[in-house]
Design a protein around this ligand. Structure first.
Ligand code: NAD
Length: 513
C-alpha cells in the first residue's frame, strides 16, 4: 500500500508501530494487552494499539469528570470556536485520515475522504449551533411569574462505535457534545483502533494549543469488555452506541438498569420500492451504489429491492447487467468500485448468507464467491451477489452486513410494497423510486414507510449531516447529527420565577396559613 503514500499518511497522523490506546488528550496511560490492526486491503499488519484495563479506564474517567467541571462553564460560542479549530485541523489532515480510513477499514478512497468531509461538515454545523442552544419561554398561569426552559451541559458522554464508520460517527457525537459543554470518552471498534488513535491525536493538538482541560476528549480501546466498563458506569449519563442490534439490546438493558440515557444507532434492513412509474436509470444507479458501496457494509446499505411485477424483469436485467461492470479490488485504487470486507469473519458470514438464501428457496441471479489470487491475498474480497428471494425468508428478515442484494416482487399497489418494506424488525432507511406523486406522498405519509429515513428518487444509502440521522424499531430509535439531535446531549431545566409579593399556587390551589 506504500504506493498510495500510506507511510506518509501514518506519519502525518502520528501513528507509531505501537500506540497507547488509553489517553486523555495530553497524557497516555495504557497497560492492557495489545491489539493488532491488520488491513483488509492487503492483509498487512498496520500497527498495534495497547488496550485499556479497568485501572486505565478509571484514570481516564477521573480526567474526564474533572474536565467537565470547567468545560461546562466556558460559554458555548467559545466552545464552538474550539470545534471550529478542530474542523480546520481536519481540513489539513483530510487526505491522510481519509487514506487511513480506506486502508484500515477497506472502503474506497473516495468514501474515506467522504467520511472525513462529514466530520468537517458536522464541525461547521456545530459551530453555528453553539449560538443557538435555546429553549422556549412559556406564559405562566400565575400573575407576575415568568416561566422558561434552558439546556445545561449533561456530563461525560460515552461513545461506542462500529468499524464501518470508524471516524465520522465519533465526530457526529463529539462535535455536538463539545459545543453542549460535555466531555467525551470514546471506545472505537476493536477492528479499526488506529482510526481512533489518529482522531485523538488531532484533537489533542487543539487541546494543547488552547490550554483546555485535558479530558475533554478521552480514548479507550479494546473489545466489548472495555465497552461494558462505560455502559455500567454511573458517572456516564449518556451512552451513544453504534453497532449491531445484538449489541444495542445488551447496552440498552445495562444503561437502563442504572437509569442512564442511551442513544442507539443499530442495524438496518433497508429497501427500495420500485414502482411501475420509476425512472429505471436512476433506480439502477441508486440500487447498485446502495448495495455494493462500502462492500455492503453501511448501516444504510440497500438490502432489498421491492419491484412491481410489471417491471420486475426489466429492472432485474438492468441491475444484473450493471453488476457485470463492477471492478473489485484495492479500494485505494480509484479505478475499483468495490473493496474488501472488514475481515475473514465477515467473509464467512457472507458465504453463509448465500448458502442460507438458497436453502430457504431463493434463486441466485448474480453468483457470489470469495476472490483469490493476485491483489486478493487478504482473503477479504468477495463478489457482490444478487438473489431473488421472498421477504418471509429468515435470511431476508436479518441484516446481512455484506454485498448481498435480495430482489423481491410485489403485485398490486404501493400499499402492498409497503407491507413488505415495513415487514421487517429494523427501521433505518427506506426509499421509493417513482414519478407518481400519489405513490410518493403515500410512501411519506403516516401510513407509509416506518423508517427514520424515507427518500424519494434517492437510494437508501448515505445521508447529509443537516438532518437527524437514525431509525425506528430494532434500529434503536436514536437520532444523531443535524436538526435538534443536540438536545440529547443536554439536560433540560424548567425555571419559574415569581417577581410578585404573594405566593399563588399552580392550578389555583389555596393554602392559607
Ligand atoms: P458490533 O455491534 O459488533 O460492535 C459495535 C461496537 O460495540 C464495537 O465497538 C464493540 O466493541 C462494541 N460492543 C459490542 N458488544 C458490546 C457490549 N456488550 N457492551 C459494550 N460495547 C459493546 O458492530 P460492528 O460489526 O462493528 O458494526 C456493524 C453494525 O453496526 C451493523 O449492524 C450496522 O448496521 C451497524 N451500524 C449502525 C449505524 C447506525 O447509525 N444506525 C451506523 C454504523 C453501523
Amino acid at each position: 500500500a506504500n504506493q498510495f503514500g500510506m507511510k506518509e499518511a501514518l506519519t502525518q497522523l502520528g501513528i507509531k508501530e505501537i500506540n497507547e490506546g488509553t489517553s486523555t488528550g495530553l497524557q497516555n496511560f495504557s497497560s492492557g494487552t495489545t491489539l493488532e490492526s491488520y488491513s483488509p486491503v492487503d492483509g498487512q499488519l498496520i500497527a498495534k494499539v495497547t488496550t485499556s484495563t479497568a485501572a486505565d479506564y478509571d484514570k481516564v474517567m477521573e480526567a474526564a469528570t474533572a474536565a467537565f467541571k470547567t468545560f461546562r462553564t466556558m460559554p458555548a460560542p467559545q466552545r464552538g470556536e474550539i470545534v471550529r479549530q478542530f474542523g480546520e485541523k481536519l481540513r489539513e489532515k483530510k487526505e491522510a485520515l481519509g487514506k487511513l480510513v480506506s486502508y484500515e477499514m477497506g472502503k474506497s478512497l473516495q468514501e474515506g475522504y467522504g467520511e472525513v468531509q462529514e466530520m468537517i461538515d458536522i464541525c461547521d454545523f456545530a459551530v453555528g449551533l453553539s449560538r443557538q442552544l435555546h429553549g422556549l419561554t412559556m406564559h405562566s398561569e400565575r400573575p407576575q411569574h415568568r416561566m422558561y426552559e434552558q439546556y445545561h451541559s449533561l456530563g461525560v458522554v460515552g461513545i461506542i462505535s462500529a468499524f464501518n464508520f470508524p471516524v465520522a460517527v465519533w465526530a457526529w457525537n463529539t462535535a455536538l457534545a463539545w459545543i453542549c459543554g460535555d466531555v467525551c470518552v470514546w471506545k472505537p471498534s476493536e477492528k479499526t483502533p488506529l482510526c481512533g488513535i489518529a482522531c485523538q491525536n488531532i484533537i489533542a493538538e487543539v487541546i494543547k494549543e488552547n490550554n483546555l482541560p485535558e479530558g475533554i476528549s478521552c480514548l479507550i480501546n479494546g473489545d466489548y469488555k472495555v465497552g461494558e466498563m462505560m455502559t455500567a458506569d454511573k458517572r456516564i449519563p449518556l451512552i451513544s452506541a453504534t453497532g449491531s442490534t445484538r449489541m444495542g439490546k445488551i447496552v440498552a438493558q445495562t444503561v437502563a438498569g442504572r437509569l442512564g440515557k442511551s442513544l442507539l444507532e443499530l442495524g438496518g434492513n433497508n429497501a427500495i420500492i420500485v414502482t411501475p412509474d420509476a425512472d429505471i436509470k436512476m433506480t439502477v444507479i441508486g440500487a447498485v451504489f446502495g448495495a455494493v458501496g462500502t462492500a455492503g457494509q453501511r448501516c444504510t446499505s440497500t438490502r432489498r429491492l421491492i419491484i412491481h411485477e410489471s417491471i420486475f424483469d426489466k429492472v432485474r436485467d438492468a441491475i444484473v447487467a450493471a453488476y457485470q461492470q463492477l471492478k473489485i479490488g484495492n479500494p485505494l485504487d480509484e479505478n475499483n468500485h468495490v473493496g474488501p470486507l472488514i475481515d475473514k469473519d465477515a467473509v464467512a458470514m457472507y458465504s453463509k448468507a448465500l448458502e442460507d438464501v438458497v436453502a430457504q428457496g431463493g434463486k441466485i441471479l448474480v453468483e457470489g464467491g470469495v476472490l483469490a489470487g493476485e491483489g486478493y491475498e487478504s482473503g477479504c474480497y468477495v463478489q457482490p451477489a444478487i438473489a431473488e428471494a421472498d421477504n418471509t425468508f429468515k435470511i431476508v428478515q436479518h441484516e446481512t452486513f455484506a454485498p448481498v442484494l435480495y430482489l423481491l416482487k410485489y403485485t398490486g399497489s404501493v400499499e402492498d410494497a409497503l407491507d413488505i418494506q415495513n415487514g421487517v424488525a429494523q427501521g433505518l432507511s427506506s426509499a421509493i423510486m417513482t414519478n407518481n406523486l400519489r405513490e410518493a406522498e403515500h410512501f411519506l405519509s403516516v401510513a407509509g414507510s416506518d423508517c427514520g429515513i424515507a427518500n424519494v428518487n434517492i437510494g437508501t444509502s448515505g445521508a447529509e449531516i443537516g438532518g437527524a440521522f437514525g431509525g425506528e424499531k430494532e434500529t434503536g430509535g436514536g437520532r444523531e447529527s443535524g436538526s435538534d439531535a443536540w438536545k440529547v446531549y443536554m439536560r433540560r431545566q424548567t425555571n419559574t420565577i415569581n417577581y410578585g409579593s404573594s405566593l399563588p399556587l399552580a392550578q389555583g390551589i389555596k393554602f392559607d396559613l
